[in-house]
Design a protein around this ligand. Structure first.
Ligand SMILES: Cc1ncc(COP(=O)(O)O)c(C=O)c1O
Length: 408
């Protein structure tokens, strides 16, 4: 295990003033085993340092929030300029309009955009917009899908009451018959169907939409007067420069973005079709720092780079190289590894590893070589990953597979 005395010390300090020390997906208890550090100190490009001065080559990119690498110089310089004139004021800054214009130009079905800070802010708000527009109650989601921290969809149990989920219906991803059954049982009562572009549950391989799935969902929503919300918080800008619906060839009514949108600056956006603009203006929406001009400048600059450099295609290609390299290496050592889901955000799965031991073991060994491979969450490729870093990662992965085989 790498040195971790500062990390442990900070964790103890944190635990005395922060419930759980670190919480949610960053908690060692819920998903990040103890061989990882608990606190970071700095990051640049594809590398970050923990508080014990260990360097890590990163394959999580702040859980997807970073797509151009840590401290991308173009984005940092744009935000420094913005910061020098201020960030949050009594009124929005002009950059909010520029960003809304950019999003509505990029996303083909969208004629408006609103902004907040986190994905959860706007997945929840989008449901309310759908309810306002349709004057209906029920919302359908895929079983096991994550849409944020609010009680209607969060994965935890604490503090939840039965009524929080009374109006939420679930179906198995890819099961159009089940979805159709829900529509039949709740005729004229379903306000929205909210789905991610593909199914990326934690602790399980990712599942891509089957042929005809999206067309079927779109058609059912259409026929039933239901709003189709795409939760592109995690996948957004890593599959297609104009939104993940383009990658899968369908058209939602609203999409929520966050994560990669601001390259690490806190921002989310919801875009929608013209027919929903009235409802969107009726549903109350605000937050103390939501008009943050610095985060908006970061998002605008990030989108400009994504478009100019076709970053989604680049990260998909880089991911393809990396994923097939990793799968081939695994085979050399007689392990059957599948990198599931899109190559720009692959979820690693060893065949037969139902108790998750193998993947934990592999990621633990890889951590000794400075690779930040998460055992239970999809990984992320950023555009800062280049041939040199990917080849280095593959060489270190080879040593990790070798060590894992020797341990058997
Ligand atoms: C698909 C999806 N939706 C919504 C969210 C919630 O976003 P946030 O954590 O920014 O509130 C996440 C976060 O991981 C997510 O992956």
């Amino acid at each position: 295990m790498r040195s971790r005395s500062n990390s442990d010390q900070l964790f103890k300090r944190a635990a005395s003033v922060i419930p759980g020390g670190t919480y949610g997906h960053l908690s060692p208890a819920s998903s990040l085993p103890r061989h990882f550090a608990h606190f970071c100190s700095s990051g640049k490009g594809v590398y970050f340092h923990d508080v014990d001065q260990n360097e890590w080559m990163d394959f999580m990119c702040a859980y997807g929030a970073v797509i151009h690498g840590y401290q991308n110089p173009i984005i940092e310089s744009a935000i420094e300029k913005q910061r020098s004139v201020g960030t949050v004021f009594n009124h929005p800054h002009e950059v909010s309009i520029e960003l809304a214009e950019k999003l509505t130009q990029l996303v083909d079905f969208a004629s408006w955009s609103v902004f907040a800070k986190n994905g959860s802010d706007l997945t929840t708000w989008s449901i309310r917009v759908a309810r306002e527009h349709t004057k209906r109650t029920f919302v359908v989601k895929a079983r096991g899908a994550y849409h944020g921290v609010d009680a209607w969809c969060d994965p935890g149990m604490g503090g939840r009451i039965e009524s929080d989920r009374a109006d939420i219906l679930e179906f198995e991803w890819n099961d159009l018959e089940q979805l159709e059954g829900i529509f039949k049982a709740r005729k004229d009562q379903i306000a929205a169907v909210i789905l991610t572009p593909y199914h990326h549950a934690a602790f399980a391989p990712s599942v891509m939409p089957e042929e005809g799935f999206w067309a079927g969902v779109r058609n059912l929503c259409h026929k039933n007067g239901t709003i189709l919300v795409l939760d592109d918080v995690r996948a957004g800008w890593r599959l297609h420069e104009k939104g993940s619906h383009k990658y899968f060839g369908f058209s939602p009514d609203m999409t929520v973005y966050s994560k990669a949108l601001g390259n690490g600056y806190a921002i989310s956006a919801c875009v929608g079709i013209p027919e929903l603009k009235n409802a969107a203006s009726e549903v109350f929406l605000t937050g103390s720092c939501w008009s943050d001009a610095v985060a908006m400048r970061a998002a605008l600059t990030s989108l400009e780079i994504c478009e100019k450099d076709s970053v989604a295609s680049l990260v998909l290609d880089k991911g393809k190289y990396f994923c097939s390299g990793l799968e081939n290496l695994a085979l050399e050592f007689n392990f059957k590894l599948r990198m599931t889901g899109p190559t720009s955000m692959p979820y690693p799965w060893f065949d037969g590893d139902d108790n998750l031991y193998r993947i934990q073991n592999f990621c633990q060994i890889a951590s000794k070589y400075g690779l930040f491979f998460h055992p239970h969450h999809n990984w992320f490729i950023s555009n800062a990953h280049d041939q040199v870093s990917l080849d280095k990662a593959l060489a270190l992965a080879r040593s990790s597979f070798e060590e894992m085989q020797n341990e058997l």
